[in-house]
Design a protein around this ligand. Structure first.
Ligand SMILES: [Zn+2]
Ligand SMILES: [Zn+2]
Length: 183
């Protein structure tokens, strides 16, 4: 299970080793990707003031559509995670300010949890979004779709003329003038 009660956690920590499924990771309504499988492995422990520390690894296979050719492809995620969770509404003690700076220096993400429970599925979903590439291409050399007929140029070919020759009609009078000048 990815939902953990804070009461069940201790300073000794609890091992996590959970296969990921779309339900546990809250992917209902997710349009960016599908989850083809994955696993969350690590250790979760409770520190002072109900601060929770999770350290581990997220491995997942995400199904995406290529932004250029629309062909489906799989993106493998393999992320090391080192995350802190604090109870929401906990007022930072002014005396502890130094300690907080220390946390951010170590580049750790601090999230908040409610009602004494942590949903690691929620965290996993966020991590997946963070790890998605901005340009979703099945490969750097993807040739995409033909803008005229829509054939996927990676897997097929067509007889369409290169798009550069498609002319804007509004420019035709102008083009005529230049054609005259050059002849
Ligand atoms: Zn592609
Ligand atoms: Zn074509």
């Amino acid at each position: 299970m990815l939902v953990l009660s804070i009461r069940d956690l201790s300073a000794e920590g609890k091992p996590i080793d959970v296969p990921l499924d779309p339900g546990a990771v809250h992917l209902e309504g997710e349009e960016e990707f599908t989850l083809e499988g994955g696993r969350l492995v690590g250790r979760i422990e409770k520190g002072e003031d109900k601060a929770i520390h999770f350290r581990g690894r997220l491995q997942a296979r995400l199904g995406l559509l290529c932004g250029r050719g629309l062909e489906p492809f799989v993106k493998e995620l393999d992320e090391d995670l080192d995350l802190f969770f604090m109870p929401r509404g906990a007022q930072p003690d002014p005396d502890e300010e130094e300690q907080e700076v220390e946390l951010s220096d170590r580049d750790m993400v601090v999230a908040y949890y409610d009602h004494d429970r942590i949903d690691l599925g929620e965290m996993v979903r966020e991590q997946m979004h963070l790890a998605l590439p901005l340009r979703r291409l099945c490969g750097e050399d993807c040739r995409g779709l033909c803008p005229s007929c829509g054939v996927n140029r990676n897997t097929g070919s067509c007889d369409c003329q290169p798009t550069e020759t498609v002319e804007d009609e509004r420019l035709a009078p102008l083009r005529k003038i230049f054609d005259k000048g050059s002849s």
